[in-house]
Write a protein that binds this ligand. Structure first.
Ligand SMILES: [Zn+2]
Length: 281
């Protein structure tokens, strides 16, 4: 069933878990993620990232109706989220298409403009009954597979986070405390004290991006400290590619699709198991 971000994060808060939030830029990954969630009986967030469209994958207007139809049919709660919407026009198009949640990401630009545009995104989304995630501080490169920047100077400042949430009225806050997008070149060092401080000052659920490559122990620790949504894509996409590679050169394209679904589903289930405290696998 289709739900918005607020509803699904309320479930996470009640259970003290994090909801896995996965990019689904094509039908293959969409089927892998939804089938993983349904088999585990867990709520899930599926996401379209603006940057994926720029990389030549499905346009938002092509994939959104399929995401919404499949979310609606699913046997578990599913939030259909626009990931890293970088301009208000794109966010508005997403809301018109039916996304139940959007992220407006103005973190790369001027801070005053981030405040102003995030506030506009909140009033826009309210008209559609949708929730808003936004970011203060920066997690570096977007979902394009590049190694992100982990310079501490761009980590989320706890006092700034408090002001940002109260002035903009967002429903969830993405914060930067040491994770980055893409593949980590060395084991990330997370700033748990900073996360703890943000949690003590901010009342909305907290979101962690750059979920691939974080150790199981660190996942558990950030969830204990209040992370309720974990964005995860890189390792899932790598698992799909590894499953296709294993077929060798004689495979047909349809074999590749079936193998990719199985590979990504297994990886997503592993991640969801950790996020929901089932077991460390
Ligand atoms: Zn992200």
């Amino acid at each position: 069933m289709l739900v918005n971000l607020t509803d699904i994060l309320n479930i996470a808060e009640a259970r003290k878990i994090a909801i896995g939030s996965f990019n689904t830029p094509n039908l293959t990954s969409l089927r892998a993620v939804l089938s993983a969630a349904e088999e585990l009986g867990e709520p899930v967030i599926i996401m379209h990232a603006q940057v994926h469209e720029q990389m030549g994958l499905c346009r938002m207007d092509e994939i959104a109706p399929i995401m919404l139809m499949m979310a609606d049919r699913a046997t578990v709660p599913v939030c259909v989220h626009l990931d890293h919407g970088e301009d208000l026009d794109y966010v508005h198009r997403g809301l018109r298409l039916g996304f139940t949640s959007i992220m407006y990401d103005g973190s790369a630009g001027d801070t005053a403009l981030n405040y102003a545009n995030t506030s506009l995104a909140v009033s826009l989304a309210a008209r559609y009954g949708a929730s808003v995630e936004a970011e203060i501080g920066s997690m570096g490169a977007r979902e394009s597979g590049e190694q992100g920047i982990t310079d501490e100077s761009i980590y989320t400042d706890p006092e700034e986070a408090k002001r940002f949430v109260s002035e903009t009225g967002i429903d969830a806050l993405a914060c930067a405390f040491g994770t980055a997008h893409g593949v980590y070149l060395k084991q990330p060092k997370l700033d748990f004290a900073r996360l703890e401080k943000i949690k003590s000052l901010v009342s909305v659920p907290l979101v962690m991006h750059g979920g691939s490559g974080v150790s199981h122990e660190d996942y558990r620790r950030v969830i204990d400290l209040g992370i309720r949504k974990i964005n995860y894509y890189t390792y899932m996409a790598k698992a799909g590619a590894a499953a296709v590679d294993a077929l060798g050169s004689r495979a047909y394209f349809h074999d590749m699709e079936v193998a990719a679904i199985a590979g990504m589903k297994k990886d997503v289930q592993g991640a969801m198991a950790v996020f929901t405290g089932r077991t460390l696998i």
